[in-house]
Design a binder for this molecule. Structure first.
Ligand SMILES: NC(=O)c1ccc[n+]([C@@H]2O[C@H](COP(=O)([O-])OP(=O)(O)OC[C@H]3O[C@@H](n4cnc5c(N)ncnc54)[C@H](O)[C@@H]3O)[C@@H](O)[C@H]2O)c1
Length: 436
């Protein structure tokens, strides 16, 4: 395939060398004549292990050349990958000046394009940028219609400087946000021969994914550092602790606990986090990331409350009271705190939780329920039907499959608030998810 790479910095140069090595004919474009000259001479404009050799080989074999003329490159290719910088502005906002300029130039070049061309953005951009700003620009400059005369995609870059060639040939996944299937097919064809899971979704999904990755990587580093600093203060080998932490691929390094939804609670997480924070404080170790976890969790609880308040209804049915499905443990359960907030604000409340109802009769939690939360205990109902007959708003707080039937009941005006994603795939008519 003939591919243009616009912007020959780290991302562009690595992409150009690797795509040329995969057998594509690549035209690199940059406004900086020194970079164009360097590439045409087979020299890499950036330092990266293996890149000089790969680049020299690609140029020598005739698979790669560079130019400063973007319209020539676009005219002679069916796919362009936009790799220009998106630097931070002084206020932290994302700088789009380079991308806007390139997009305008590509739009102009598309006027005279003889066939179908796909513009794929590799530059990191916030969700909605391609749809909201760049497609309108391409259309107005070209006088042509996206999805008809040309395609658009978002193909974020996940290379790490220092190992980017390896990462290109063995990526964790290939992500393609596509305006339509035809656009995505062209981008995918550029990666022919590379074995990796392929994610294809709408444009803003791909834009977001890049930020999720980088935010998580930054969070992991900072988390490791804060744990390391606590370890050092207690004469514990931080590296050894984190290595053993990583041995747990069931709960620690795994999809577990990475599902957006309800706040956390229960008898361990809040208590142990408080103790660890106290421990760090007592040793004068600053842990701002760890310190922000509980306040963030409180905000998530508040979101649930706001969703209920916004319905302007007064009769609320809580489906689930324990801190997670399948248990009767009510200690620091977000649903208990939500119930208390609702009672405090004068809402009428009915609650169903099979396990808690059983525990009221026989369980170990019986005394906790009777002594600690008698005001809530008296609002418990013995059957889902009682909730169904009572509530104007149903709030699903645990993903118990039994709740599906009730939440999808026949009452047309019943509002369902889902804090755990139980009904996401087939939502009832009046439905609000906490993070979706
Ligand atoms: N560097 C990384 O490791 C990395 C990894 C993933 C994603 N990204 C993202 O990829 C994008 C590019 O990053 P980078 O580090 O390669 O940037 P960079 O600043 O190293 O390179 C950008 C290049 O674009 C060129 N350019 C600017 N305007 C141009 C125009 N109008 N026409 C042609 N060329 C033009 C510049 O001269 C420069 O050579 C950014 O959005 C970045 O956030 C970078």
């Amino acid at each position: 395939m003939d591919i243009s790479i616009v912007g020959l910095g780290y991302v562009g140069t690595v992409s150009a060398a690797c795509l040329a090595a995969s057998g594509h004919r690549v035209i690199g474009v940059d406004v900086n004549p020194a970079k164009v000259e360097a590439i045409n001479a087979g020299h890499s404009p950036v330092i990266e292990p293996g890149l000089t050799e790969a680049l020299a080989q690609a140029v020598e074999s005739g698979q790669l050349r560079a130019t400063a003329d973007i319209s020539e490159a676009i005219r002679e290719s069916e796919l362009s990958l936009i790799c220009v910088g998106t630097p931070s502005q002084d206020n932290g906002a994302l700088g789009l000046a380079y991308v806007m300029r390139v997009t305008r130039e590509i739009g102009t070049a598309l006027r005279g394009h003889p066939g179908y061309h796909v513009v794929a953005f590799r530059s990191t951009m916030l969700p909605g940028t391609v749809e909201g700003e760049l497609i309108p620009l391409l259309e107005s400059e070209s006088g042509r219609c996206a999805g008809e005369h040309f395609g658009v995609a978002m193909n974020p870059e996940f290379l790490r400087e220092g190992s980017s060639l390896e990462d290109f040939h063995d990526p964790p996944r290939i992500v393609i946000g596509e305006l339509d299937e035809r656009s995505g097919d062209v981008v995918l064809a550029a990666y022919d021969g590379i074995e990796a899971p392929v994610v294809r979704n709408v444009l803003r999904h791909a834009e977001m994914l890049k930020y999720v990755d980088n935010a998580f990587h930054a969070l992991k580093i900072t988390f490791g550092n804060e744990i390391g600093n606590i370890c050092k203060s207690a004469d514990i080998d931080a590296r050894a602790v984190m290595e053993d932490f990583c041995l747990d691929t069931k709960l620690n390094l795994s999809p577990t606990y990475l599902k957006p939804g309800s706040a956390f609670g229960g008898s361990c997480l809040p208590k142990d986090l408080r103790a660890l924070l106290h421990h760090a404080r007592s040793r004068d170790v600053e842990v701002p990331v760890l310190r922000s976890i509980l306040p963030s969790n409180e905000l998530q609880k508040d979101l649930a409350w706001q969703l209920i308040r916004q319905t302007e209804k007064r009769k609320i049915g809580l489906l689930g009271l324990s801190f997670k499905a399948g248990t009767d443990d009510l200690r620091e359960s977000p649903a208990v705190q939500l119930a208390e907030a609702l009672i405090g604000k004068g809402f009428e409340l009915a609650i169903y939780d099979r396990n808690v109802s059983l525990a009221r009769l026989v369980g170990a939690n019986r005394s906790y329920i009777e002594k600690e939360i008698p005001h809530i205990s008296s609002l418990m109902r013995g059957s889902l039907e009682e909730i169904e007959n009572f509530a104007e708003v149903l709030v699903v707080t645990t993903p118990d499959p039994d709740f599906m039937h009730v939440a999808r009941g026949e009452f047309d005006d019943r509002i369902v608030i889902d804090l755990v994603g139980l009904l996401r795939d087939d939502p009832p008519e009046h439905y609000h998810g906490i993070c979706w």
